[in-house]
Every structure is written in C-alpha cells, then in structure tokens.
Write a protein that binds this ligand. Structure first.
Ligand code: SIN
Ligand code: CO
Length: 383
C-alpha cells in the first residue's frame, strides 16, 4: 500500500487529526502530470454500453420542463450525447473502477481509510460552465481534477440557507453564498468533509474524479440486521400471558403487557448481539448494485501456479480478528480461519494483482489455496 505522498508535506496522521470529517483541504499537484486515460467520447460510450449508473445534467435547459436544471438518468443512447449543448452541461458516471480497473490506482492512495468505508469512483465530464449545481452531500469526497479547470466554491459556515430550488429532480440549494473558493487545475485535489455545501463549475471543458465514501445509516444497518433473524428461533417465540390478572378496561394496554412485549424483543436481540460482528463483516463486503459480468462463475476452474491473477474491482474483502480466530469475508460470505493465516489474508485483502511469484508462498498453505481457488471459481479473481 502506497499512502505516503498524497497530501504532500502533510502526513496522513495530520490529515486524519485535522481535516478528515472536519475541514476542506486543497492539495495542489496531488497527481502530478495526470493524464486522462479516456476521452469524453469513450466515457459516453461506456455510459451507453454498460450498466454503470450515469447522469446528464443541463443548466438552463428550459424546454421541455421549464426547469433551471434538468437531469437525465441512464440508460442512454447515442442520441442523448449527440444532442448535448456545448456549454452548461455535464455527464457523470459512477462505479467507474468496476468498468476500468486500472483506475483503481486513483483510489489506492486513499486506502489509509479502510476499504469498507470507500464507496466508488465517479467521474464527471463537463463542457464549459458545466456543473451539477450547488448542493450538499452527506459523504466525504476527494475531488481530483483529471483534466482542465474547475472552480470550486464551498460554504464552510454552519448557518446557511438550506432552502432547495423547488420542483427539481435533484436537491440543489436556492441560495449559495460561498465562504471559500479555489480554481483546481489538472492533478489538483480538493477534500470535502460531509455536509459542506459545494458548487463546482467547469472553466472550459474538464474532467473531475470523485473518490466517494460510504457512511451506512443506522436504519439501513438495523433493518438489514433484522432481516437476518427470520430463521432465528428467538424471534419465532410468541407472546404468552399465563399469569394474566383481570384488568378494569379492555381498552388498556397495561404497563405489565408493555414490559413483557418489550422484554421479549430485547432478549431476542440480546441473544443475537454476539453475531453482530459477523453480520457486519458480511454486510459490509456485499457487492453493491450491478457487478459487471466479466467472468462467469465456473466451479471446474483450478488454480494454476504459473499464472498471474487479478482481483475484480467489485470484490470487497475484509477480515475481523477475534481471539484466536480470523473471520474472513468476501462478497458477503464468511469463512473462519486460523489466526496464523493473518499475514496471507492481509496480503489478499490489500492487493488487486497477484503474480505467480507472490502467490507461491501463500498457496503453500492448503487452506489459503482452497480459498483462493473458490474465489477464482466464483469469478471474483481471474487469470
Ligand atoms: C462533479 O464532478 O461535477 C460533481 C461532484 C460533486 O459535486 O460531488
Ligand atoms: Co457533491
């Protein structure tokens, strides 16, 4: 993992202590001499040909809806791109790292934040003055200027007018009086913490990458955890009241009944508490949304020791260390491993490319070899 230089003179420890989730930060030349690996036409082609979630946003596009901002969502056809105005428009593609695995390199410097916290790589291409409009995101983001210039304005004060422009398909702020602004050029980077309203406008055609982060909401986590309980016996128990005493009014839900009901819920949850880490490991490694079907699962595949292997960029791996056990998670599945496999699992989690040489010491261990072979058979790792 190479995490040394992305913030220049600022150490990663300093970044975490003083900026992460707190303050915006501009790093000039974070990606020196960056060269875009694709053109706007190629990106449009990707948006047309794949399931990558994409959007086109046009400002002042009055017809047909008479709105100051218009949004069109994928799927797209050629025509959607050939009819675009030559200013005040932008198109954005999410999940880019899944479709162009080499772009994983752009995300690599941010892996000082654990993989489970990283969401995806998005790119936007904008014609002159193109923008997605003034808005607020609930997530951290690193905005990397891939090519051309974009002027970023941000609101750093806490009290600002949160009124949205009415009747739009996107949440855009009606008023935007910036506290700070920067003009980002090729290779420059801007970090923004969550809930810091921002407004980036292209000055000439430009590309901007966004490394987006994931911050699960309590409701989403709890709902998914509850769904795993449907087969658990504790949750099949029913209310019982053999000791019922006579109550005065049939309309009352008595304190005693409330207590019994809440106790039965709480004790069932309590029993599941110990399984929470395993649930989290599975949940946080589940691949989100569409995964590009590059390799069909094939249970007859075997591991070849002379071959180099590559991990699919949608494959989320993680481990949890607990006493003498290592819980390994891959795409929502869990395996229990002996703790002595930790260095091997760490290497597996950290890398996307495995040369036959680097695999030699790892696959000496039969358990690791079996695991690696299973991932190959699932199409999650391929030659
Ligand atoms: C963009 O790339 O234009 C938008 C990114 C963002 O505002 O989050
Ligand atoms: Co944003």
């Amino acid at each position: 993992m190479n995490t040394t230089s992305i913030f220049g003179d600022l150490s990663i420890e300093d970044f975490l202590a003083n900026y992460w989730q707190k303050k915006p930060l501009v790093i000039r030349n974070a990606f020196p001499d960056y060269e875009m690996p694709f053109t706007a036409e190629e990106l449009a082609g990707l948006a047309i040909d794949t399931d990558a979630p994409s959007r086109i946003i046009i400002e002042n596009g009055l017809a047909p809806k008479n709105q100051p901002w218009q949004v069109k969502l994928s799927p797209f056809e050629d025509e959607d791109f050939t009819t675009l105005p030559d200013s005040h428009c932008t198109f954005l593609v999410n999940d880019l790292e899944r479709y162009i695995p080499e772009l994983g390199n752009l995300m690599e410097p941010f892996r000082f934040i654990p993989d489970w916290r990283i969401d995806d790589l998005m790119v936007s291409y904008a014609e002159d003055q193109g923008s997605v409009g003034p808005h607020n995101d609930e997530y951290d983001v690193f905005l990397i200027q891939g090519e051309g210039k974009r002027r970023w304005k941000v609101i750093t004060r806490e009290n600002y007018d949160k009124t949205l422009i009415p009747d739009l398909d996107i949440a855009l702020l009606k008023e935007f009086e910036a506290d700070e602004e920067w003009l980002l050029e090729t290779g420059d980077m801007l970090y923004l913490p969550p809930n810091m309203p921002h407004f980036g406008r292209a000055e000439g055609p430009c590309f901007t990458f966004s490394v987006g982060f994931r911050a699960p909401q309590t409701l989403e986590l709890t709902q998914s955890w509850l769904e795993t309980f449907s087969q658990q016996s504790g949750f099949k128990e029913r209310f019982s009241d053999a000791n019922r005493s006579l109550q005065k009014n049939s309309g009352e839900i008595s304190q005693k009944d409330i207590q019994t009901l809440s106790q039965m819920m709480q004790s069932a949850l309590q029993k599941e508490q110990q399984n929470l880490p395993l649930f989290l490991g599975k949940y946080l490694t589940e691949a989100r949304g569409e995964t590009p079907e590059i390799n069909e699962p094939d249970s007859s595949q075997v591991f070849h020791k002379e071959t180099d292997y590559e991990r699919e960029s949608w494959l989320r791996l993680a481990y949890i260390e607990d006493n003498n056990t290592l819980h390994f998670f891959a795409d929502g599945q869990h395996v229990e491993l002996p703790l002595k496999l930790k260095p091997d699992i760490q290497e597996l989690c950290e890398n996307y490319y495995f040369t036959s040489e680097s695999l030699k010491p790892l696959t000496k261990n039969a358990v690791f070899k079996k695991l690696f072979t299973q991932l190959i058979q699932q199409g999650a790792i391929h030659p």
